[in-house]
Design a protein around this ligand. Structure first.
Ligand code: ATP
Ligand code: MG
Length: 532
């Protein structure tokens, strides 16, 4: 695994260097002061590993390095002549993930390649971003991955635009929405939704109705015999401020048949993801009038109201009455309630209208292996990173940042390249290109022929491994399959006639040829795969 990891790192280095980036290496241990300057000592939340030194000063183990790189550049760069600049490192990151899982996929210590670009202006950033985007396409293609670059949310990193590189896989945690009729492709977190056309019916007077025990949308729609599209769903939250005892209640309203997109809600509120949790209904009820299962927008007080934009045009809906076992019919926006924030809060679902062209969208799952961000001035402004232009005037540096999950990429390659017997490495990242297996290690003829083939491969620059262990043949074959080495040359009984078995890991069949022919075929095949 480590050999494959080093090969992935090698591919990344080649493509980053070719794109004009320079490699440096920074400390994983970072002082709190830099994060306080950017505001992320608070905003990053519980995912950050925090620690103190012997003098009680705060530090963290870096989850990412925007602050550190901005700090170097504000000290080292003073003139426009030093820009553009792109610095990267391949380094260990630490994140106290809520749900670490699937081995290397989501771990609390992992290797990331992180790059940071520094430009004079937004056009410069556009170019740096495009260059990195192109380099990422090359990296993931060379790693043998089938992937898609899709629009993404900027999350805890921030900035104005972002793309995620997603290796397609049914076991992936990322869900992407895409359209076959146009270029739309985005993570579902990010994907915009189209509001349904406004209703044309006229507004009817509100009417309170008894709806015993109907706490869910399904129950109330069934009880009142209305379409779920004619109901309003309430979701109740408690949002914490930066000071520990500071908080407010938030109610989000969407149409009954829709689902809430938490990322959109968090972005609308302008808060970090860790600052929000589902409200305790009793506690919230006392403060705001909300009633578990029967909360609607008309009866609330002391609570921030966030309304999905689609509700504006929908008429005569059923909503909770903020009274146990009661709902209100014919609730209409503006006349009966207003939102403090009105925005798209919906989760895009398969078959929904594409936000660009209106065709039904499709969904796929994948593993997020990399992400690129246009940061703009988020860090240069908060941390004071300026350069002097031709007129000796101070200007903010325009930044971008670009991450690849190196260890996660390793795992993603295995997810895409395996069968029931184990891994099938693409040649570019295989730990060894070829394995020479001796069937009976005690047999002198077999050993001599295997050694000769092994030497021939080595001489040609093939990374070969010789399995001369004193194990049963079945064990050796099984291990070779699990390890996934692309070419296997098996030296057995027919060694006496000079014959060996030549087999590719990805194919079931083998051919019987001379030892020399096998070596020559392996050398040619490996070279052609590596030059692909
Ligand atoms: P995710 O949404 O999967 O948590 P992220 O948006 O937090 O990812 P970034 O901050 O953009 O990730 O980090 C860059 C890359 O590092 C990601 O695209 C991913 O490949 C990798 N990565 C992030 N977190 C982990 C982790 N816990 N374990 C392994 N790799 C990770
Ligand atoms: Mg994350």
């Amino acid at each position: 695994g480590y050999r494959s990891l080093r090969k992935i790192e090698g591919i990344i280095r080649e493509e980053m260097d070719a794109a004009g980036a320079q490699e440096i290496h920074m400390s994983a241990l970072q002082p709190a002061e830099l994060w306080q300057e950017s505001g992320r000592w608070y905003a990053y939340g519980p995912e950050m590993w925090r620690l103190k030194d012997r003098n009680e000063r705060d530090f963290c183990l870096g989850p990412t390095h925007e602050e550190i790189f901005t700090d170097i550049v504000r000290d080292e760069v003073s003139s426009y002549r030093q820009l553009p600049l792109n610095l990267y490192q391949i380094q260990t990151k630490y994140r106290d993930e809520k749900r670490p899982r699937f081995g290397l996929m989501r771990s609390r210590e992992f290797i990331m390649k992180d790059a940071y670009s520094f430009d004079r202006n937004w056009e410069g950033l556009d170019k740096s971003y495009q260059d990195m985007y192109g380099a990422y396409e090359k990296v993931f293609t060379r790693c043998g991955l089938v992937f898609r670059a899709v629009e993404a949310d900027t999350g805890a990193i921030g900035g104005s635009a972002s793309h995620e590189f997603t290796a397609l896989s049914d076991v992936g945690e990322s869900e992407i929405a895409y359209c076959d009729h146009c270029d739309m492709a985005a993570t579902t977190e990010r994907a915009a939704c189209v509001d349904d056309a406004p209703d044309t019916e006229s507004e009817l007077p509100m009417e309170k109705v008894v709806t015993p025990g109907t706490k869910t949308i399904e129950e109330v729609a069934g009880f009142l015999k209305v379409d779920q599209k004619k109901t309003i769903k309430a979701l109740l939250f408690k949002v914490y401020g930066e000071a520990e005892d500071q908080f407010e209640y938030v109610a989000a309203f969407i149409r009954g048949d829709r689902e809430l997109n938490m990322t959109k809600l968090v972005n609308a509120l302008g808060i970090p993801e860790h600052a929000i949790e589902f409200a305790n209904e009793n506690e919230m009820g006392e403060a705001t009038g909300a009633v578990g299962g029967f909360t609607g927008p008309t009866g609330l007080h002391d609570c921030k109201i966030v309304v999905d934009s689609e509700l504006i045009g929908q008429k005569n809906l059923v909503a909770g009455a903020c009274e146990v076992d009661h709902h209100i019919k014919n609730v209409n926006y503006d006349r009966d309630y207003k939102g403090d924030i009105v925005t798209d809060l919906k989760l895009l679902k398969v078959g929904d209208k594409c936000p660009l062209c209106g065709a039904p969208v499709k969904m796929a799952r994948g593993i997020a292996v990399g992400q690129v961000f246009k940061l703009g001035t988020k860090y240069s402004k908060s941390m004071g990173a300026y350069y002097k232009d031709e007129n000796m005037e101070s200007q903010l540096i325009i930044m971008g940042c670009y991450g690849i999950g190196v260890t996660r990429t390793l795992a993603a390659i295995v997810e895409q390249h395996h069968d029931d017997n184990g891994i099938i490495w693409p040649m570019s990242v295989a730990p060894y290109h070829a394995i020479v297996t001796i069937v009976s290690s005690g047999d002198e003829v077999q050993t001599a022929l295997a050694e000769a083939i092994y030497q021939e491969l080595q001489k040609a620059g093939v990374e070969a491994v010789l399995d001369d262990r004193n194990e049963r043949p079945g064990v050796k074959f099984k291990d070779a399959d699990i390890l996934g080495i692309p070419v296997r040359i098996t030296v057995g009984k027919k060694a006496a006639e000079g014959l060996v078995e030549y087999k590719l890991r990805k194919e079931a069949s083998f051919t019987e040829i001379s030892g020399h022919e096998a070596a020559a075929q392996a050398i040619a095949y490996i070279a052609s795969e590596l030059n692909k």
